[in-house]
Design a protein around this ligand. Structure first.
Ligand code: E4P
Length: 229
């Protein structure tokens, strides 16, 4: 499963890229509002930090407006994917973008049927929102499972991107459900790295090493194990 970062924060993207785990980035107007500045500049900078897909979301609600915004984004960098909301207008816009060779990510998907329609309209990425469904007492991961099954059963080309991920368990479940991608807030990525037993183990190994080194040095100073740091 590919891992995207769900953020417009350049520093977070830089860090994930350095860790070697970053396959792409998703942004949306809310995430962009948190960092401000020029959306175009932010997108260009993100596209330099990853060669993977970078989703840029349109805010127009009519087809022509979506096309204008999306074509503009697509000119910013070769790895831009235009994010289009699920709606009648969104389907038409995604179909037109597909004809023009512009990749799209259909966002705000809450049912497998919406995902199926977006796949048929030519979206490369289908983004069901897991966390927002959980928030209203529905089972967000069910949509991921159903959509992955539909894509595989009917040999469709779109990829399922688990969005609105709220915690590390969502990531594990999305991976087990066969999601092609999960997009994560940076905090969830950090939570995935850590485990109290890992932290405790690192501390104990270090302490035992220091103890052994001290004992060896006390006994035979010239044969004590040497560390570079
Ligand atoms: C990603 O493409 C979505 O915009 C994002 O995951 C939504 O997450 P939220 O429900 O936490 O806002």
């Amino acid at each position: 499963m590919k891992i995207f970062l769900d953020t417009a924060d350049i520093e977070e993207i830089r860090i994930a890229a350095r860790w070697g785990v970053l396959d792409g980035v998703t942004t949306n107007p809310t995430l962009y509002a948190k960092v401000g500045g020029s959306y175009d500049d932010v997108l260009r900078e993100i596209c330099q930090l990853t060669s993977g897909p970078v989703s840029a979301e349109v805010v127009a609600e009519d087809v022509e407006g979506m096309l204008v915004e999306g074509r503009h984004f697509a000119r910013l960098a070769p790895n831009i994917v235009v994010k289009v909301p699920m709606s009648e207008e969104g389907l038409e816009a995604m179909s037109r973008f597909a004809e023009e060779g512009i990749k799209t990510n259909c966002t705000l998907i809450f049912t497998a049927n919406q995902g199926l329609l977006a796949a048929k309209a030519g979206a490369s990425l289908l983004s069901p929102f897991v966390g927002r469904l959980d928030d209203i007492n529905e089972e967000g991961m069910t949509v991921i499972r159903e959509l992955v099954a539909i894509i595989e059963l009917h040999d469709l080309e779109s990829e399922v991107l688990a969005a609105s991920i709220r915690h590390p368990r969502h990531v594990t479940e999305a991976a087990l459900a066969g999601a092609h991608v999960a997009t994560l807030p940076f905090k969830v990525l950090q939570q995935m790295v850590r485990h109290p037993l890992t932290d405790k183990g690192i501390k104990t190994f270090r302490e035992d090493w220091d103890k052994a080194r001290k004992a060896a040095a006390d006994k035979e100073p010239e044969k004590a194990p040497v560390r570079q740091n």
